[in-house]
Design a protein around this ligand. Sequence first.
Ligand code: PLP
Length: 396
Amino acid sequence: MIKRKEIYLDHAATTPIDRTVLKKMEPYLKEKYGNPSSIHQFGEIARQAVNKSRQQIADFFGCLPEEIYFTSGATESDNWAIRGIVEKVISQEKIKPHLITSSIEHKAVLSLCQYLFKKKLIDLTLLNVNQDGLIEIEDLKKAIKKDTRLVSIMFANSEIGTVQPIRQIGEFLKKENQKRKNKILFYTDAVQAINYLNSKVDYLGVDLLSFSSHKIYGPKGIGGIYIKQGTPIKPLLIGGGHEKGMRSGTENVPGIVGFGEAIKKINYSQNDKIKKLRNQLITGIMKEIPDVSLNGSLRERLPSNAHLTFKGVEGEGIVFDLSQRGVMTSTSSACASHSLSPSHVLMAIGLPVELAHSSVRFTLGKETSSSDINYVLKILPGIIKRLRKISGYKHV
Ligand code: PLP
């Protein structure tokens, strides 16, 4: 029997685990099962593995190992960063802190901020983005208030792949903070970016930065956050005092080991190859299929992301048909893809509802090949033609 072709173009949702990463983890799922808190030899082995991974991650971000905390993933890191700072400000300063974020953040940031605002715990400014999906620094400058304590802007968008001017924001906030008594902290959710962009924390000028292992060819269920030393933040989980008392709970040792190995393997020299294939996909689709448009900036964009609108067809229909032919794509970010409401990101860049529903995200990875792209280019025009016939769409 001929094996069905399988092409994975949904790397923003998750990545396949790298084989060498899995190999490094295996002993910690089998014979090296000690608890890092135990004082016996088994505990020592696990403790050393956790320390090694923490150092690998710290090296990647150019920070101290003590500034890296492990979590279960970026949703947890996002929640910790925002709640932890809000709670600290409220308890210390007895004020209602003002937060600034963008309208295209991941829901782990956006929904949490909206929840805190509804509960009247924070004052909130949501920065709009332009048509390209980028925030304007001038808007940020105008939004700053006396009680602003946190700016939370994602590094790269999970849906349309646009890259925000994090370094410029960091520089601006540094200058702004020199004039202020109470510092504005700067947090970035860097989950989608670290595979491709310089994520050294000093270069970016951030106080907190979050990341997740399953987006970088590591295991699921493990993530982390960089918290600059001295940042005023409440602990996330109270218990046995793990992670310097900030996030209690027995460490996910195999996950941590895999995470350290995965981050070590990040290789920006692959960016050009991925970008070339991505561009081949975009230009090929635009050439072969009428009434298609690209969403988000082409310049300020992750090399792996192509997000396209196909007029007159439901994005879900395209994803379904592609999947039937062995090609995995997505209509929006994985967490929102079961929602019937249009993507908040596409709404924010000004797409009408019907076009938002006609969009598909293709995200390439390090294993994507030219023949994968050629296969998509071969089957997609027929799929769109068939779906447009069903919907009655007529090219004008
Ligand atoms: N933030 C961004 C930008 C993401 O893309 C994701 C996952 O899609 C998350 C946060 C949530 O990460 P996790 O799956 O590790 O909770």
